[in-house]
Design a protein around this ligand. Structure first.
Ligand code: GDP
Length: 690
């Protein structure tokens, strides 16, 4: 039983799978012949179907690497173009159309290319063979063909008929063998005729006696000999392919009729090889033999490839094992670990700080709106009247005006929508922190994982949002009606307000400095002076100031107004800072004179209450569910191909995985080859050959 060819074809496919096919070429049978020599007919007789491109114009423009796989137990016959991913094609007319399209895709000025088309045919009716069909040699260049075409085809064929390939040289019987281009080409690369099989087609067209002479040719002796065939495809051919019937039997029947009609020349007594079945057997046998004798060379090539892969694995990857699964599992574990560390560092105190800072900002906004803002924005307005806030400390302790002002400010703060605000602030922070964790993890280079992680966080937080914000809102409700403050809280509030005012003061001063840097200190002072004079009424502007005034551009005037705003704001804050520090603000009794302190106390109470619920409703829930959600989205639920796709997103991981796969595949292939060699050795010993 012959299985070497089959095994070697399997090995070749394995190697192709890891992109290693080029490194070692397993022997194939290369089919050459002049145009119309009957080359296609012979191949189709072997396959049993018409499937090659036909037409008066030269249609074979690319080599067709044809792999025949015998599937004895299967009924169905089909072809596959592995590089195209079209799946199994059972209709051979479609295979023919695809081949024609692939050939025609070669630009006509190029005419031929050495980029091969791979086609595998699985059938119970084909032998295991690896054949390469090449463009037919042409004698005369057609009118619309480039002059160099003849040479191009010849060069292409020369490339393929090198050892260890077997040459199938097709010549038509009605042409003198001395004129056979195929034989002449073969002679050039195989002068002793050791790896060429001669096929004489169209035996029916010549006198049988002449046929005998050709088949026993002495002028071009071939060690593997000549086979005479009659492969004419019957007229009603379309019928066969269309109905999926097998051509081989029809051709053989026809062929037999011819050879049997001349028993004297081709009968059982004759030593000549004739007929397609004989040719098929010969091809299988010769290829098998060639494969056997190339085993040692193939083994050496594999060993070398393996050595290279092993070296690369060692040098580049320190022999570190890796699989897509282990990579994902490790990455996920590391990520979960970093998340755990984050949860330890982000708890109640941190949420409190975050929220308090947010509310402090809101308090400053409210204070500005209700206490500090001067209408300085409008240059053309009349000078501003005395600002009431400067009178705050001098007014009567229980002035209704200041009472209302503080009540309104407090009410606005408590009715801000603390529930939503607090929940949003914490959720945003969690998302940002998770995203920062991703940035610092192996997942950074994996868009797929990034999205899965972001989605995991988003889905949990989204689920918790409404209930959390409702809870928080409910719990701060009492503060909307009454706020009781204790002395200790007041003291703390004084400190808080002092801190907030100081940082606001710094922010104002910095902003002003930036304006100075942008415009120049002197110029800024000039324009400030001008705008001040306008505001005091010392200077009157006529008409519109949008084109500038007083020698200053409108942009500069705008900057001047900003600077004045910042200067005045800083003055007010300094004054308020002094007030907060003063004796007057040391006691709760004077709260209407110290709105900054009171508001800070309120903000602090709101924060404490909110944090209590945020911690339970949001943080703990998130910390518990997030790792589980990650498992669900990135862990065991992914399919093998999804895991593979994920791991290969990172080019470094892909290269690492590739080396390992290549190495493993080569090891496997080497094992297979070694066992084939042993088998070969045994059979040689058994037959006494070797
Ligand atoms: P290719 O150009 O070398 O592929 O040649 P084809 O296989 O297309 O054959 C060329 C022509 O020769 C076609 O018309 C075939 O029908 C015809 N032909 C092929 N083999 C035989 C044969 O054995 N006998 C006869 N009489 N005609 C044949």
């Amino acid at each position: 039983m012959m299985l070497l060819t089959r095994k070697m074809i399997e090995i070749r496919n394995m190697l192709q799978g890891v992109g290693q096919s080029g490194a070692l070429t397993l022997p194939s049978i290369v089919v050459i012949g002049s145009q119309s020599s009957g080359k296609s007919s012979v191949l189709e007789a072997i396959v049993g179907h018409e499937f090659l491109p036909k037409g008066s114009n030269m249609v074979t423009r690319r080599p067709i690497e044809l792999t025949l796989v015998n599937t004895p137990d299967a009924k169905a016959e089909y072809g596959e173009f592995p590089a195209l991913g079209l799946g199994k094609i059972t209709d051979f007319t479609q295979i023919q159309r695809t081949l024609t399209d692939l050939n025609l895709a070669v630009p006509s000025e190029q005419c031929v290319t050495d980029d091969p088309i791979q086609l595998t045919i699985h059938s119970p009716n084909v032998p295991d063979l690896s054949l390469i069909d090449l463009p037919g040699y042409i004698q005369v260049v057609g009118r619309d063909q480039p002059v160099e075409l003849k040479q191009k085809i010849s060069d292409l064929c020369d490339k393929y008929i090198q050892p260890p390939n077997v040459i199938l040289a097709i010549s038509a019987a009605d042409v003198d063998l001395a004129n056979s281009t195929a034989l002449r080409a073969s002679r050039r690369v195989d002068p002793r005729g050791e790896r060429t099989i001669g096929v004489i087609t169209k035996m029916d067209l010549i006198d049988p006696q002449r046929g005998v002479e050709m088949l026993s040719d002495k002028k071009y002796p071939l060690r593997l000999g000549y086979v005479g065939v009659v492969c004419k495809i019957p007229q009603q051919t379309g019928l066969f392919t269309r109905h999926g019937a097998n051509l081989t039997n029809v051709i053989i029947k026809n062929e037999n009729q011819y050879f049997q009609a001349h028993p004297l020349e081709f009968g059982p007594q004759s030593e000549l090889s004739t007929g397609t079945p004989v040719l098929r057997k010969k091809l299988m046998y010769v290829l098998e033999q060639t494969m056997a004798s190339s085993l040692a060379g193939t083994r050496d090539a594999i060993v070398q490839e393996l050595e290279e892969a092993t070296y690369e694995f060692k040098v580049q990857y320190n022999d570190r094992p890796l699989s897509a699964e282990s990579y994902l599992a490790e990455s996920l574990d590391a990520f979960k670990h970093s998340f755990k560390q984050f949860t330890d560092s982000f708890g109640r105190p941190e949420v409190r700080q975050l929220l308090k800072a947010e509310l402090e900002q809101k308090v400053l906004d409210l204070l500005a709106k209700r206490y500090w803002n001067k209408p300085v924005e409008d240059l053309t307005r009349a000078p501003f009247e005395a600002d009431p806030i400067t009178d705050l400390s001098k007014s009567e302790p229980v002035s209704l005006f200041w009472q209302r002002k503080l009540d309104a400010s407090t009410s606005e703060l408590t009715k801000l929508g603390i529930g939503r605000l607090a929940t949003t602030v914490v959720e945003d922070e969690l998302k940002n922190r998770v995203s920062a964790l991703v940035d610092n993890s192996t997942f950074a280079a994996h868009p797929y994982a990034r999205k899965a992680i972001a989605d995991a966080a988003e889905s949990i937080l989204h689920d918790r949002f409404y209930s959390t914000s409702d809870q928080v809102e409910n719990c701060v409700k009492p503060f909307k009606f009454e706020i009781e403050v204790e002395d200790s809280e007041w003291t703390k509030g004084r400190e808080g307000a002092g801190r907030a005012l100081k940082s606001e003061l710094k922010a104002c001063e910095n902003a002003k400095k930036q304006l100075e840097q942008a415009v120049g200190r002197r110029k800024l002072n000039d324009v400030i002076g001008f705008v001040d004079r306008v505001q005091k009424g010392d200077v009157h502007l006529e008409g519109d100031s949008s084109a500038g005034a007083g020698g200053f551009s409108s942009a500069l005037l705008q900057t001047g107004r900003q600077a004045i705003f910042l200067r005045d704001r800083a003055d007010i804050i300094k004054m308020r800072l002094a007030a907060v520090k003063s004796r007057q603000c040391s006691t709760l009794k004077n709260k209407y004179h110290c709105p900054e302190v009171f508001m800070d106390v309120v903000a602090d109470k709101l924060t404490s209450t909110a944090v209590l619920f945020l911690n339970v409703e949001l943080l703990s829930e998130f910390y518990y569910n997030f790792p589980r959600e990650l498992d669900a989205r990135l862990g065991r639920h992914l399919s093998e191909s999804e895991i593979e796709r994920f791991a290969r997103e990172d080019p470094r991981v892909r290269a690492h995985l590739d080396v390992i796969r290549r190495k493993e595949m080569l090891e496997l292939v080497l094992q297979k080859i070694e066992s084939l060699r042993q088998l070969e050795g045994k059979s040689k010993a058994a037959t006494g050959v070797g």
